[in-house]
Design a protein around this ligand. Structure first.
Ligand code: PLP
Ligand code: COI
Length: 341
């Protein structure tokens, strides 16, 4: 049954409250039962570690209503593994993959009416969270945790959708330290990116391209998305110790290879930007957002990537293939899609 009150095609990447969320507590060294809640708030002690010391991690994934009416979740076991990696990074207990996936399935089933209909371009965004709850003021890991998931129907992350947008290099800001928390999905990384992000938006850019914090020479990532460039039938994406391993990027590398392209994961020097035929930002929220040009605001340089304001042919092919797999229009040859029964 579909929710008749929502205008699916005009959804942005905003927050629409849904009916239920699911929660699971970690106490006395073990995970409890999955609980269903219709409360949109949570009760957190004021001395909780998540509030003071940022002991918090999250995930972002999507469910799609396919052409056949079935609901598909894209690579949820990858998100489970990444949350486990985030947990190891900030000393939280790891949630086993089967518990993670059961919780994801349950929260979608409970909110089925919010899974956007096929053909609207919208999807159901799934937001798992893991929070340190113990009351303490010492800087040490909590003993108790809350895992929860809420969902919300979303449209495109960048308001332009699949249209090239300008992005900015702002050398006065770093998102993550070379050996810091850049490779895990913790809230602090996003707090660190807010100031540069707001300044970039004010100047008309859709995102900040962060450079590696140590040398300020290599591309790290594009706000909440990974970077890729295309040239000579090659898909090139950064290798760095301070970027989030994107599941979308991992999938696009495979799709590029399937399409007969070469794939390179290596350092990308800023000077190389002028050589790309196409470039884009990729992620669950962003899907693929083609890049029009990159302005290096401190060096006063501009790298024009799309000369005609349109997405390039390779970005378009990659985008279409990924979406077709997610919506069940093309065979899922790599077993990426989990169908909800
Ligand atoms: N990089 C950052 C900083 C992100 O927040 C995200 C979004 O999750 C990504 C990259 C893309 O990752 P994924 O494709 O797994 O969503
Ligand atoms: C995602 O792509 O899922 C993200 O988490 C990006 C974001 C909105 C923080």
């Amino acid at each position: 049954m579909e929710n008749k009150k929502i205008d699916w095609s005009s959804l942005t990447f905003g927050y629409v409250p849904t009916n239920y969320n699911v929660r699971m507590y970690y106490r006395n060294g073990k995970w409890g039962e999955l609980e269903v809640s219709s409360e949109t708030s949570i009760n957190i002690p004021m001395a909780a570690t998540c509030l003071h010391y940022g002991q918090e991690a999250f995930e972002g994934m999507k469910a799609f209503r396919g052409k056949d009416g079935k609901i598909r979740i894209f690579r949820p076991e990858e998100n489970a593994a990444r949350l486990q990696s985030s947990s190891r990074g900030i000393m939280m207990p790891e949630l086993p993959t089967d518990l993670f996936i059961n919780a994801v399935k349950r929260v979608i089933e409970l909110n089925e009416e919010f899974v956007p209909p096929y053909g609207t371009g919208a999807s159901l965004y799934i937001r798992p969270l893991l929070l340190g709850l113990s009351q303490q003021v010492g800087v040490k890991p909590a003993a108790e945790y809350l895992f929860m998931i809420f969902v919300t129907p979303v449209g495109p992350y960048f308001k332009e959708g699949f249209k090239p947008t300008p992005m900015a290099i702002m050398r006065g800001y770093d998102r993550a330290a070379p050996l810091g928390t850049g490779t895990i999905k913790v809230g602090g990384n996003y707090a660190a990116s807010l100031k540069a992000g707001v300044l970039a938006h004010e100047k008309g850019y859709s995102a900040v391209i962060f450079l590696d914090a140590k040398h300020k020479e290599y591309i790290d990532e594009c706000g909440p998305a990974n970077f890729f460039g295309i040239k000579n039938n090659t898909y090139i994406t950064p290798k760095s110790t301070s970027i989030l391993p994107s599941i979308t990027n991992k999938s696009l590398m495979q799709i590029a290879e399937d399409m007969g392209m070469k794939v390179e994961r290596r350092e990308i020097h800023v000077d190389e930007l002028s050589t790309f035929e196409e470039a884009g930002a990729c992620g669950t929220a962003a899907v693929i957002s083609p890049i029009e040009r990159i302005d290096d605001l401190d060096e006063h340089k501009s790298y024009i990537i799309s000369k005609d304001g349109k997405a390039g042919p390779t970005c378009e092919k990659l985008y279409n293939k990924l979406r077709a797999i997610q919506y069940g229009e093309e065979p899922d040859t790599h077993n990426w899609v989990m169908i909800l029964d």
